[in-house]
Design a protein around this ligand. Sequence first.
Ligand SMILES: Nc1ncnc2c1ncn2[C@@H]1O[C@H](COP(=O)(O)OP(=O)(O)OP(=O)(O)O)[C@@H](O)[C@H]1O
Length: 586
Amino acid sequence: MLRLWPFVRPVRARLLGAASVAVVASSMGLVMPLVLKWIVDGPVADRDSAGVWLGAGVLLAVGAGEAVLFGLRRWLVARPLAGVEAAMRSALYRHVQRLPVGFHDRWSTGQLLSRGTGDLQLLRMFLAFGLTFLVVNTATIAIGLGILLTQDWTLGLILTAPVLPLIWLCAVFEARYTRAARSVQDQTGDLTTVVEESILGIRVIKGFGRHRSQARAFQALSGRLAAMEIEKARLLAGIWLVILALPELFLGGALILGVIQVADGALTAGTLVAFMTTAMALRWPVETIGFLLALCNEAATATDRFFEVMDTPAPPELNAPGGGADEAEGGEGLRFENVTFRYPDAPPGSPPVLDGLDLHVRPGETLALVGGTGSGKTTLLSLVPRLYEVTGGRITLDGTDIAGLTREEVRRRVAVAFEEPTLFSATVRENVLMGADTPPDGAAPDDESLRRALRISQADGFVGALPQGALTQVGEQGLSLSGGQRQRLALARAVVGRPRFLVLDDPLSALDVHTEARVEAALREVLAGTTALVVAHRPSTVQLADRVALLSGGRVAALGTHAELLAGSEEYRYLMTGRREGVSAR
Ligand SMILES: Nc1ncnc2c1ncn2[C@@H]1O[C@H](COP(=O)(O)OP(=O)(O)OP(=O)(O)O)[C@@H](O)[C@H]1O
């Protein structure tokens, strides 16, 4: 938990102030028994009613002072710690955004969500309350035991006796509770994933009438979580029982001994009252130790879970300072040289997806990539904007190795549109302009580029018919669009920045043939000046391209025009026409 220091550092003065105020407030609670002793042995014994009133007034003042100080403690930490939580959440979000796609392949959304919400809330609670009171209660117990020992050392020793066994029991409890807390927090993440997936996949669940079995599966998972929570509660109840009962037994023993001493005249009644009230005042700090230890454990687990994500190394922002720029303007196009790629989480021994692949897309050329399902087309495309890093070989943009360019530079030159179009909860305009360079502060938003991009992707018609045109909110919290409409907006996003390189993964798969033909006609205008690599499944999409590459066995198995490949490659013919015998290319 010491690793939280960089986040806590900015508020250290406030935290220290709050802890000091709380120690003073708690100690004021311990002054009360001393005032009581004075009242019993003094004014009560002397039947001095004015003295009793005075004593009562002092008690009231001490109580009010304690309340004000506890309020001050809360005021001191509430706002700064909300800031600490926000800063940690931002750091986590920033890091998750920077982590490579390979990380997101491995991690479930629910685990990331629960770490960014529940775990951080727990940490704030611990810092605001748990940490302070661990310090305050320890100090209060130490001061209280000191007072008890000075009032009557024999009775004091009896009350101090259970301290050592309690410490040992707490250590045993902590080890067990940590395991349970970790399991509960991990299972909460898994449950979040199930909720997220079933909401995203609600159409499939309903379509296959699986809502009952899905609900049963969810119930089983949440039942396991509940059982773990009960296990946690059982552990907490056990330690609480011991923490409550053991001191209570010794307190009873001290009371019997004290009464005997008072009867023998060895102790004043006031001292016994003060002793017992001090001991009672220590009950709350002792009782809460169990709860605080539990909170401390959960916070430690939350810290571990937070740093598990934060410790995953993100790729450096800059690989080669100064490498970049448009030094080879109008250069060599896009070149794959002996590219090999294997997914980081691929089963050991499995062949690489791409194996020594060579391909050259000439400047201004549009090259269609065709291949059987699972042949690695999407994988090859993902390597160009460096969503994954090549395992071997290199990829060059206009002669510059992309490994030597900053990711920012690569992504400025290369625009992408994937088959699964993702729209964010924002306006159409914001979704599309994500693909353009961010204008410098204060610059006018580029409406002309937006109109052009919407026209090329044939989206201007339906966007114009939306309730607020391009300013209509779409995405999860907005208007639902059809698959083809979403695909066209994703295509608009890819072309809006007039990129030099365009990488499209079957961008027209959801369109009807007429719309596809119109998009293709408009796309030709963009593709004329752009070097493009386009995954194609249908002959109509292939028509867009100058040449076609057939991907098979992790390499380019054939390269040529559509007609050449139809005539010369059986596999290509089969993919495009479903027939193996020769066909005449039209
Ligand atoms: N994130 C991943 N981790 C591990 N293996 C993956 C990952 N993504 C894809 N693969 C594997 O890599 C191979 C190539 O997948 P890819 O998606 O590139 O094929 P594709 O040619 O685009 O297929 P399709 O035409 O069906 O979209 C497949 O065997 C697939 O199982």
